[in-house]
Design a protein around this ligand. Sequence first.
Ligand code: ADP
Length: 312
Amino acid sequence: SYGDIRNATDGFSSSNLIGSGSFGTVFKALLPGESNIVAVKVLNMQRRGAMKSFMAECESLKDTRHRNLVRLLTACSSIDFQGNEFKALIYEFMPSGSLDVWLHPEEVEEVHRPLRTLTLLERLNIVIDVASVLDYLHVQCHEPIAHCDLKPSNVLLDSDLTAHVSDFGLARLLLKFDEESFFNQLSSSGVRGTIGYAAPEYGMGGQPSIHGDVYSFGVLLLEVFTGKRPTDELFGGNFTLHNYTKSSLPERVLEIADKSIYHNGLRVGFPISECLTLVLDVGLRCCEDSPSNRLAMSEAVKELISVREKFF
Ligand code: ADP
């Protein structure tokens, strides 16, 4: 209830701070009478686009339910102890943090660093989780939803490393989609997804679509198995994948991969190179330039699961 949230939010302090995002600040909190920790995103209503982001998040998540979707427990408006109104979104708390930190631990302070690197199987499980939830959002839920800002920092990990896709601030219910208002929002808030992950057609005035998410998923998959950001040299330094062909990318990945970690759990006699080639091929087919040539998420899920069954 509003009262409970207010009590919980009165306790916000820097020691409970998890991080700051584009539209608000996220705190760890305990709701009165509850034992589960929650994550509370307090929106910065001064930020342009914050209200639209709040509405997009509420609309997208209110009727959706999937094991790989971060659960929005409630959303509320309340008054802080200084009498200022604020809006907050309350989510289940993801103790293992964002995938981005696991992939790039050197970029965060030591206290926030995971104690180890992800194994090949854990990476495979994570991309299968993400692909499954996109398939759900695109074709299985009450109405198709495009996330529009998929990237590793928006994939949160539970204590068992199950992946949960979060941050629906740019998401679109495609049936209600109104092109003009979407692009007004994009230009007024200066947001166009994230460079490197946004599909090429978004930079050319293309409409948000499930195919745009497929592109972002392809980039995410390549990042998960290479540890390189799409803006890194590996991908040409200018967020294009063109410098790498299907045959040269796995070769490059094998050069840079830490094989002792990657090998973990792989069946004897099943070479890691073969496994990576199949997985990366799924990513590359998701990153086709032409939206209609990209793999459907249902296909990506099927292929990734069959790789897991064969090699582990
Ligand atoms: P952004 O808008 O930049 O994507 P967010 O506002 O969504 O960022 O999140 C800010 C920080 O809080 C990020 O570091 C994110 O990993 C963390 N965070 C967000 N939601 C949760 C959650 N439910 N559980 C744990 N950490 C979270």
